[in-house]
Design a protein around this ligand. Structure first.
Ligand code: ATP
Length: 298
């Protein structure tokens, strides 16, 4: 299957500020592709370039293996910032206006896209009566007009409460299952981990790493253990195995194993055979925070 988007050495400066420096990566078909990075790392600039809102200083990008054309642009739906909907109009009437401005789909699609974002029941309510989460879902409905193959979202859960965030995340997963490729910027590691299949990590405009989320973000195995006599446990665990790192944090001991090698039965057995009964044994596969910190703070 053809690559959805290919970036080749994209650079962009605003005066003396270098927002992007030679960024290259590929978005595979069917992926939920997260562009992850702290504030100011260049995510919005990058999305603006691939949507032809901004021009790169150098480098190029290909959608569906080709240089941009109006035909290809029709296959891309986007949500860069919340569109200006009319407060006194219903969802249906707002989408009619969006549709006539963008000239993407036909009006018969409106009920269908409202159904997809779960606003059909409220389709005739005024926009002003919507919660923030509903407003964001309507914006996604607008992006869905014209049945685009690809959806590009900038920080789609920004400013929402936990319920609104969960709804948007579910919706993104649902859209992906229905065959859309999704490219989204986020500064939230947790969001990327929950929603995305692939990731590109940016730091001050430079690509740090890219690939499958599991390859990029999964780190060593971390096992946390504790027992009534923490000192005894600590000294016993120092004889457990050579390939692991042991740290102590208050009443907890952390064992760090190379990826995929921690065996809880073994640890439990080992402690028992050395006269220690564990009262806490927890496997934490991903040390994502640590990994993200390591990737973006060096
Ligand atoms: P955020 O999560 O805060 O939106 P971001 O990762 O999307 O950040 P950008 O908005 O792309 O990052 O900004 C990248 C850099 O470019 C930042 O240093 C920012 O201050 C700068 N920048 C962005 N837009 C402009 C502009 N119009 N003029 C000058 N500098 C800009």
């Amino acid at each position: 299957m053809e690559t959805i988007l290919t970036l080749n050495g994209i650079s962009k400066s605003y005066g003396r500020i270098k927002a992007l420096s030679g960024v290259s990566f590929e978005v595979p078909p069917g992926s939920v592709f997260g562009i992850l990075g702290p504030n100011g790392s260049g995510k919005t600039t990058l999305l603006s370039i691939i949507l032809d809102v901004l021009k790169a200083d150098s480098g190029n990008f290909l959608w569906f293996g080709k240089h941009g054309s109006p035909e290809q642009r029709k296959k891309i739906g986007s949500l860069l910032e919340t569109p200006n909907f009319y407060h006194y109009l219903s969802a249906v009437n707002n989408l009619k206006i969006t549709n006539s401005i963008s000239n993407r789909g036909d009006v018969t699609q409106i009920n269908d896209v409202l159904e997809k974002v779960k606003l059909f029941e409220r389709r005739n309510s005024r926009f002003s009566s919507y919660s923030l989460g509903m407003k964001q879902r309507l914006a996604i409905a607008a992006a869905l007009l014209g049945s685009p193959k690809v959806l590009v979202f900038d920080e789609p859960t920004n400013g929402l409460d936990p319920v609104g965030i969960a709804e948007i995340r579910e919706l993104i997963i649902e859209l992906s299952k229905n065959g859309h490729t999704i490219i989204m910027a986020s500064h939230l590691l947790d969001e990327v981990e929950k929603v995305c299949t692939h990731v590109a990590i940016l730091k001050r405009g430079t690509l740090i790493t890219t690939g499958n989320v599991n390859d990029v973000l999964v780190d060593d195995d971390l096992v946390e253990i504790s027992a009534a006599n923490i000192d005894a446990l600590f000294s016993v665990m120092n004889n457990y195995s050579n390939g692991i790192k042991i740290t102590r944090d208050g009443n907890m001991i952390q064992l760090i194993f190379p990826k995929g090698t921690a065996k809880l039965d073994d640890i439990n057995n080992f402690c028992f055979n050395h006269g220690i009964i564990l009262n806490h044994l927890v496997f934490k596969k991903k040390r994502l925070e640590a990994k993200f910190f390591e990737l973006t703070n060096n």
